[in-house]
Design a protein around this ligand. Structure first.
Ligand SMILES: [Zn+2]
Length: 258
């Protein structure tokens, strides 16, 4: 069963039912013809004195993730829970860093991996070895359940069958994982790559528009839904620079993504 909030200090008690999130690693909406880059959003949710990590990024994110936690004076082992939106490498590869902490994932998503359905669906992004080696640490949540008071598990199937987001109901904020991968796809009603169902993935957008005000995508910065249905980013683009070394006698080239 999900742990109930137990504020242990004055600050936690004062925080009461306040809900907020902090982006630890920004999702970057970028693709390449040299395979997936997988720069996904990693967010810290604070609710009622609890700290819940939403997704963990991939191996390439590992040192930066630890750095970001350290900058906030957060011991990875002192978090209250980790919630995994879906079991793709770019969202769950660092789960081993968080020992003795409940790892929540939807029941449908865990079955997708443990029963080998991901192979039938030719989904190449499941790091099965990692998941199988830690399978006993997962605690499954059912779709539509309340993970903690005011934090609801929202099924957003399509990209994978058990992909789920967390909805902070008081603030109407949806941390979407790849249910909403980026603002461009959302605004243009384009489904994310669908290993389960493109129709279901598009149907999720209707739920999002009907319930959420603020959306944190799986691979983009947070945006707000305007009254006219358009989207407005809430933060500046992350400062990401790619550096390419074209040859020993040539200057490195820096390409800034913004
Ligand atoms: Zn992703």
């Amino acid at each position: 069963m999900p742990k109930q909030p137990t504020p242990t200090d004055a600050e936690g008690a004062a925080a009461g039912l306040r809900q907020r999130y902090t982006i630890l690693l920004p999702g970057i909406p970028v693709s390449s013809n040299r395979g997936a880059l997988g720069w996904s959003t990693v967010a810290l949710i604070e609710t009622g004195g609890l700290r819940v990590l939403f997704d963990t990024g991939s191996y390439g994110d590992r040192s930066l993730l630890m750095e970001r936690l350290q900058a906030l004076s957060l011991d990875p082992q002192a978090l209250d829970a980790v919630f995994i939106s879906h079991l793709h490498y770019d969202h769950c590869q660092n789960i081993d860093l968080f020992e003795n902490i409940p790892l929540f994932v939807s029941e449908r998503e865990l079955r997708y991996v443990l029963e080998g359905e991901y192979r039938q669906r030719r989904d190449p992004y499941v790091p099965a070895t990692t998941i199988l080696s830690l399978k006993d640490r997962f605690r499954t949540v059912s779709e539509g359940s309340e993970l903690f008071p005011g934090v609801h598990v929202v099924p957003l199937p399509g990209h994978t069958p058990g992909q789920a987001g967390l909805f902070l109901s008081r603030e109407k904020i949806l941390i979407a994982g790849d249910g909403v991968k980026n603002a461009w796809e959302f605004a243009n009603r384009m489904a994310p790559p669908a290993f389960f169902s493109k129709e279901a993935a598009l149907g999720n957008y209707d739920w999002v528009r009907a319930h959420a005000i603020e959306i944190v995508p799986g691979h983009d910065r947070p945006f707000r839904l305007q009254a006219d249905g358009s989207t407005a980013y809430l933060t500046e683009a992350a400062d990401v620079t790619l550096t390419f070394f074209p040859g020993p006698c040539l200057d490195p080239k820096a390409v800034r993504l913004s």
